[in-house]
Design a protein around this ligand. Structure first.
Ligand SMILES: *Cc1c(COP(=O)(O)O)cnc(C)c1O
Length: 349
C-alpha cells in the first residue's frame, strides 16, 4: 500500500486533528466481519443505545448521526417550528460554525444571540431576549442552546447550568445541550452525567464522539422522549441515516464499556491545564479564559503567533478575536505541551 503519512507531529489546531482511540478501533474491529441488518436494526446499535441509557441512568431515545452540525441542526429543528427562535451564545458553534444549518433544517427558525463572559451564557441575557418583545412580529423564543464544554474551553459548573435551566424553564424554553466536548466537561466536573444533563432539565443532548476519539459520529439523545417524534425521518431526509449503522454505533461501545472516554478526556484536560500553567509563567502572553477542559486560549503578540507558525505549529486564530486557540486531544502528550511552550518561551525572549 502506498500509504499517505500523518503530519510530522501532533498539533494543537483541533481535537479533530487526532486519530482514533484504541478502544474504539477495537470495537470497530469486532464489528467488521459478518452480516448484520442495516439502518440501525443491528445488535451493535442496540448495545450502544443501551450503554448510553446506562451512562445517563435513564430511558432515553438515541440516534447516531455523522457529525455535530447535523446533530445540532436536526435536534434544534425537532424542538422548534419555523417561526420560533433559538437562543444561544454569540460564540456558539450553532451560530458561528454551522453555515446556517440550524436555520436551514428548521425551515427558518431564527438564532438569537446572548452574551456572557468566557463563552458562558449569562441568564440575564436570556431574560432580556425573551422579554424584549412579546408580539407576533418577533420570532418566538422556544429553545435555549447551551454548549458544554463551551467554545472558550470553559465548563459550566452545576449551579451555573442549573440557573440557566431554571431561566429557560421559567420562560417555557426547551433545552438543547451541544456536547461536542461533553466528555471533557464531565471529566472536569467529576459529576454523574445525569446530574449535569437531564436532571437539570436538558431535553436533548448532542453528545460528541468525534473529538474525544472516534473516526466519526455523534449521538443525539432525547431525554424528553416526546420530542423525538418522527426524528428518524429528519435523519433520513437529511442524509444522516447510515445504512451500515453498526459502524457509527459500535465506536460508542468501545468508548463507554471500559470508561475509555474518561481516561482520554482526563488526559487531554491535564495537558491543557499544563499548557495553561506554562502560558501563565511566560511574560508577554496570557490566558484569555480559564482552562477548564481541553482548550487553552492565548493572547499573544502577532510576531509570536507568526513565529510559531513558522516553526510548523498549527492553531486557529479566528475563534478568539486576536487570540490563539490550542486544543489538546486524547493523544496529546506532556512532551508535546513542553515543546510548544519551549517555542513560545524562545519567541517571547
Ligand atoms: C466540533 C463542534 C461541533 C461539531 O462540528 P462538526 O464539524 O459538524 O462535527 C459542534 N459543536 C461544537 C461546540 C464543536 O466544537
Amino acid at each position: 500500500m502506498n500509504a499517505p503519512n500523518p503530519l510530522p507531529r501532533r498539533q494543537f489546531a483541533s481535537d479533530n486533528y487526532a486519530g482514533v482511540i484504541p478502544e474504539v478501533w477495537e470495537a470497530l474491529e469486532h464489528a467488521r466481519l459478518g452480516h448484520a441488518p442495516a439502518y440501525g436494526d443491528d445488535p451493535w446499535t442496540d448495545r450502544a443505545s443501551d450503554l448510553l441509557r446506562e451512562f445517563f441512568e435513564t430511558d432515553c431515545e438515541v440516534y447516531f448521526v455523522f457529525n455535530g452540525t447535523a446533530a445540532n441542526s436536526l435536534a434544534l429543528a425537532a424542538l422548534c417550528n419555523s417561526y420560533h427562535s433559538v437562543i444561544c451564545h454569540a460564540q456558539a458553534h450553532v451560530e458561528t460554525d454551522e453555515c446556517g444549518a440550524p436555520e436551514f433544517f428548521s425551515n427558518g427558525t431564527k438564532v438569537l444571540l446572548a452574551d456572557g463572559a468566557n463563552g458562558k451564557i449569562d441568564p440575564t441575557a436570556v431574560e432580556n431576549i425573551v422579554n424584549r418583545r412579546k408580539d407576533i412580529h418577533y420570532p418566538k423564543p422556544r429553545v435555549l442552546s447551551v454548549t458544554q464544554a463551551t467554545e472558550m474551553g470553559t465548563v459550566y459548573q452545576p449551579d451555573e447550568l442549573a440557573a440557566l435551566c431554571d431561566t429557560a424553564k421559567r420562560h417555557h424554553l426547551r433545552l438543547h445541550l451541544d456536547g461536542a466536548r461533553l466528555s471533557n466537561a464531565l471529566a472536569s466536573l467529576g459529576k454523574a452525567p445525569a446530574d449535569v444533563t437531564w436532571r437539570l432539565g436538558i431535553d436533548v443532548l448532542c453528545f460528541g464522539g468525534t473529538k474525544i476519539g472516534m473516526p466519526v459520529g455523534e449521538a443525539v439523545i432525547f431525554f424528553n422522549k416526546e420530542l423525538a417524534h418522527e426524528f428518524e425521518y429528519r435523519c433520513k431526509q437529511s442524509g444522516q441515516l447510515a445504512s451500515k449503522m453498526r459502524f457509527l454505533s459500535a465506536p460508542w461501545i468501545g468508548l463507554l464499556e471500559s470508561n475509555a472516554w474518561l481516561k482520554h478526556a482526563q488526559s487531554a484536560n491535564a495537558c491543557a491545564a499544563e499548557l495553561g500553567k506554562g502560558i501563565e509563567s511566560i511574560d508577554g502572553v496570557s490566558l484569555l479564559a480559564p482552562v477548564e477542559a481541553n482548550a487553552c486560549f492565548v493572547q499573544m503578540p502577532e510576531p509570536v503567533a507568526e513565529g510559531l507558525r513558522a516553526k510548523g505549529w498549527k492553531f486557529y486564530g479566528f475563534i478568539a478575536n486576536g487570540g490563539a486557540r490550542f486544543m489538546c486531544s486524547w493523544d496529546t502528550s506532556l512532551n508535546d505541551v513542553n515543546a510548544l511552550l519551549d517555542d513560545i518561551r524562545e519567541l517571547t525572549r
